[in-house]
Design a protein around this ligand. Structure first.
Ligand SMILES: Cc1cc2nc3c(=O)[nH]c(=O)nc-3n(C[C@H](O)[C@H](O)[C@H](O)COP(=O)(O)OP(=O)(O)OC[C@H]3O[C@@H](n4cnc5c(N)ncnc54)[C@H](O)[C@@H]3O)c2cc1C
Length: 421
């Protein structure tokens, strides 16, 4: 029997960590203010793919930057005051697009994604959710490839890393997805990509598996963390207290604020995004069968159990700032040119935030506080990389050889997190 662990946060990352630590013999308690999978791990596009090895801050970003600064792009918008208050993060994010750091990130994410896809397959089978998974790839679509500086770079990286992609012309796109209007000149089919039709249900299924195996799940909001002689105590907002030898912080976008109370300064920014569901094609008409990314129009469309999920690009803003639906409206207009969206199915758009560190790599490892572990900062790929992150964290916490190189994800890569104790 290993020691006791309290995992804070039951999104994809926290639930995966809880399962992995339980498998390794730790006595695990999992706590979340909401039901498992209610937040970012609910609202995402549900895509699991090795093509995510190319982060937003890649060398092509520099060429796109003048266009993005107009603040009218569907791919990236920003609240100027937020960026000014986070200039240090923005500068580091841009610097990480330099080829050397970018290549290091590609290699690191490739390892993490590879590991995660294998772990997802195992967990989907163990939680009897194999039917949630589609194995028919996903597509990047380009209306005018000459205006997409990222496409060449993407293709070059995919080929080099052995990601299974096929270049498509207009006819091949239509043959694969007859529901699409003929507005796309080129495309990339990532053949090895998978997707799920209900991300929240997958997280809930993993959490149920953890509970069936004897894990305790608490529905409580953590309010503070204190060091004790033999570990940590966590105070919840209902006044209760839980103690554990070690604590894993998997609070997604809320991780940085929570850790501020322990004197740790996490360089995290929020890439907010929205989604809305639509009824899709009329009965008898062709329907979209796999997720697509309309690269120049900056949205993703994923067929989900509930309907067609339209999710938006990035809005850099405070986590809790009021929603701004301009990007979603813009994406809806563009998606309406691509296919028949049908009626809106939700009363209000969903809003969430991708938690992003300057080098676009998550933070996985021990923080400069003994027994306090990080598992957050998964930007655009936390739904797919939760299980691999858990596998790495589990090995580190057990003192075993890690399955992938932990250095690119180590908290200590950021100087100035806070003094070690
Ligand atoms: C529009 C959009 C599309 C995306 N598409 C994809 C995609 O296709 N594929 C992919 O892999 N990723 C995608 N992502 C990214 C992915 O959703 C995130 O990286 C991932 O969900 C992060 O998971 P998490 O477990 O770290 O955070 P979360 O899922 O946010 O979990 C954190 C949990 O902490 C809880 N919490 C917060 N504060 C407290 C507290 N004080 N006490 C207790 N609990 C607390 C919350 O209730 C929440 O359940 C997308 C994101 C967005 C926004």
């Amino acid at each position: 029997m290993q020691g006791s662990v309290l995992v804070l946060g039951a999104g994809m990352v926290g639930v995966s960590c809880a399962l992995e630590l339980q498998r390794r013999g730790f006595a695990v308690v999992l706590a979340d203010a909401e039901d498992p999978g209610s937040e970012t791990s609910h609202g995402n596009a549900g895509v699991l793919t090795r093509s995510s090895i190319v982060p937003l801050n890649n060398p092509a970003l520099w060429r796109s930057l003048p266009g993005l600064l107009s603040n009218e792009s569907a791919s990236l918008r920003y609240q100027p005051g937020y960026v000014l208050r986070n200039l240090g993060w923005a500068a580091r994010f841009l610097l990480a697009a330099r080829p050397k750091t970018f290549e290091r990130t590609v290699a690191a994410l490739d390892q993490l994604i590879h590991l995660s896809l294998r772990e997802h397959e195992r967990l989907l089978a163990e939680s009897a959710q194999g039917a949630r998974l589609r194995r028919d790839g996903w597509m990047f679509l380009y209306r005018d490839p000459r205006r997409s500086p990222g496409m060449r770079l993407q293709l070059e990286v995919y080929r080099r890393c052995g990601v299974d992609v096929e270049e498509l012309d207009a006819a091949a796109i239509r043959a694969l997805e007859p529901a699409l209007e003929p507005i796309f000149a080129r495309g990339l089919l990532v053949r090895s990509a998978h997707s799920v039709d209900d991300p929240a249900a997958v997280v809930r299924g993993y959490a149920d598996l953890f509970a069936q195996r004897g894990g305790r799940v608490l529905r409580r909001r953590a309010a503070g963390l204190a060091r004790q002689d033999r570990g940590w105590s966590v105070r919840f907002d209902d006044g209760s207290v839980e103690q554990a030898a070690q604590v894993v912080i998997a609070l997604g976008p809320w991780s940085a604020e929570f850790l501020r109370g322990s004197g740790l300064r996490i360089p995290m920014a929020f890439e907010r995004g929205y989604h809305m569901h639509y009824a899709g094609a009329a009965p008898g008409m062709p329907a979209l069968t796999r997720p697509i990314h309309d690269a120049q129009a900056g949205y993703v469309l994923s067929p989900m159990r509930r309907g067609l999920r339209l999710s938006t690009g990035v809005e850099l803003n405070d986590l809790d700032a009021p929603p701004n639906h301009a990007q979603l409206e813009q994406a809806q207009r563009a998606a309406g040119q691509a296919l028949a969206l049908g009626a809106r199915l939700d009363d209000h758009p969903w809003k969430g935030a991708r938690p992003t560190l300057p080098d676009s790599r998550p933070m996985i490892g021990e923080l400069p506080r003994r027994g306090l572990w990080a598992a957050f900062g998964h930007q655009h790929i936390g739904f797919s990389t939760g299980p691999g992150s858990a596998s790495l964290l589990g090995a580190l916490m057990s003192g075993e050889a890690p399955p992938i190189d932990p250095a690119p994800f180590a908290p200590r890569r950021f100087a100035g997190l806070g003094r070690a104790d």
